[in-house]
Design a protein around this ligand. Structure first.
Ligand code: GTP
Ligand code: NA
Ligand code: MG
Length: 302
């Protein structure tokens, strides 16, 4: 069964919730624990993801690009990288419109939710009210006999973070997350940026297989040869395995979040595939514009 080894992999987690309920603060607090765990003395570069490593040896990959728009854009492009959504609800504010939006995004993507009731340090915090609100929105919470875990946290005071991480690992265990490790990588771009000296850089997450330095790749409609792979603390790596966020260098153009990464045999093949995809994207774009014009015309005729 060479090349077919299926192994457990860490969960990939995205944080969602209403504006100002503490998504960024929570990610920052979790990231700080990850920095401590990695003993890197501070993450020097910005990667669109980070990893929390537990003493048990288990780890959790957090995607740093929150926002419902990013989540649905990636999903629309077929990039189903998120295993679990952490739904952040402020304990004083309760369920709000974007909380409901996040719930429907998670449901549509068939991604399980773990609720983090945040700002529990506030005098006006009322997590019981939050739970009742969520229940009335149809979430089957654990306290009420369902299987959605609810954890009380304070991103500000850094309390409850261990419990949240435990809840995520438990959820992951239930999901029995596994991936093929050997063989060509199937990966997705989470975030991309242009670096002055190093050129286009893409934060990528491997879904299956292994991405190896030196491989020829097609990324969305771009292509390149992987010149360097860096892990979340910026160390050079030879390869990237499932659920391990990495930064890849060596692309000829800037890809987009949600782009797929496929490994090909040669530069010639990479160029060809990229050119074909560019043509197709351009056709789709023109079709969209002309459809838009047709709609405009119809409307002006009405
Ligand atoms: P957007 O990205 O704008 O939607 O906001 P967000 O959800 O990322 O919230 P953010 O982390 O920016 O926090 C919003 C405000 O709430 C900030 O003033 C934070 O300091 C505050 N805040 C976040 N978490 C906590 C918490 O646990 N307790 C208290 N008291 N305040 C918090
Ligand atoms: Na904010
Ligand atoms: Mg934010």
């Amino acid at each position: 069964s060479e090349g077919k080894e299926i192994l457990p992999r860490p969960p990939v987690v995205t944080v969602m919730g209403h504006v100002d309920h503490g998504k960024t603060s929570l990610l920052d607090s979790l990231r700080q624990t990850s920095v401590a765990a990695n003993e890197a003395g501070g993450i020097t570069q910005h990667l669109g993801a980070f990893v929390v490593s537990m003493q048990s040896g288990a780890s959790i990959t957090f995607l740093d690009t929150p926002g419902h728009a990013a989540f649905s854009a990636m999903r629309a492009r077929g990039a189903a990288v998120t295993d679990i959504v952490v739904l952040v609800v402020a304990a004083d504010d309760g369920v709000m419109p974007q909380t409901l939006e996040a719930i429907s995004h998670a449901k549509a993507a068939n991604v399980p939710i773990v609720v983090a009731v945040n700002k529990c340090d506030k005098p006006a915090a009322n997590s019981e009210r939050v739970k009742l609100q969520l229940a009335s929105e149809g979430l089957l919470l654990e306290d009420m006999g369902g299987d959605i875990q609810v954890v009380e946290v304070s991103a500000l005071k850094k309390t409850g973070l261990d419990n949240l991480e435990e809840a995520l690992l438990l959820q992951a265990e239930v999901m029995n997350l596994k991936a093929r490790v050997d063989g060509p990588a199937q990966a997705y771009v989470v975030e991309a940026r242009l670096h002055k000296g190093r050129g286009p850089l893409a934060t990528a997450i491997v879904k299956a297989g292994t991405l190896v330095c030196g491989q020829h790749v097609v990324v969305g409609s771009e292509w390149g040869r992987i010149r360097a792979i860096r892990d979340v603390v910026g160390n050079l790596a030879e390869r990237a395995t499932p659920a391990m966020p990495v930064e890849i260098e060596g692309l000829k153009g800037l890809p987009m979040a949600g782009d797929d990464i496929i490994v090909v045999q040669s530069e010639e093949r990479a160029r060809m595939l990229s050119a074909g995809r560019k043509k197709k994207f351009e056709r789709d774009r023109l079709l969209k514009i002309s459809n838009g014009r047709a709609e405009e015309l119809e409307q002006s005729e009405e």
